[in-house]
Design a protein. Sequence first.
Length: 254
Amino acid sequence: MSTYRPLEGKVAIVTGASRGIGAAIAYDLASHGTHVALTYSSDRSRAGVDELISRIKSTGSSSAIGIQCDLGSTSAPSQIVSATTDAFGPNIDILINNAAAISGLKAHEITPEHFDQIFHLNVRAPLLMLQAVLPHLRRPGRIVNVSSIGARAGFPGVGTYSASKAALEGYTRSWAAELGSDGTTVNAIAPGPVRSEMLDKVDKEIVGPQLKATPVQQREGTPEDIAEIVRGLVTGMGWISGQTICTSGGYAMY
């Protein structure tokens, strides 16, 4: 008897997929039969993407492509979608807006250039990705935006990042209201501390107390913890939309 695999043959775009949460999401979806387009930004990420694509192909159930681009550029989303449809056909089922930037500037240090850099990647790029994907979205589609507990908690030195994630959660609710008539769902996840290069950039004076206050095992999350939750949102759960799911081991509860 064959096993039902609801993600078999689906097509997904995962932005920022060279490492960390994005790579884990891409591999998890691919291991369940989804064809995945992985975006990455820099030459130094290419080796990681190539290794991930090799792992995906070794599963024997899906395929993957890597797309190098600067998501801070307004032209990148259309290029990503074109490469995806060239590789996998005209339909796209899943969009994971994961790519993001963070920096440790306090309020008096923030410049207009810094603000634009963070908001262009963390807020504008997800919007432009959605706009580029919509003409190809096979209904009911699944959109997941990767936010952060920082969107609703105040931590020093990450104000622009936190504000950008709050904006992304606002988009999540509006998009859910706009796109739901055909069954498409739009949700966000808000990870707490997750083992990743981005976490390494956060002041240890912030992270240490967070881990101690995490009810589940007092540990940081893993990218695989997050990927499992994302898979649930894109596999079924058609009655959940417009929500931000805290994926923090209970550190943040709202």
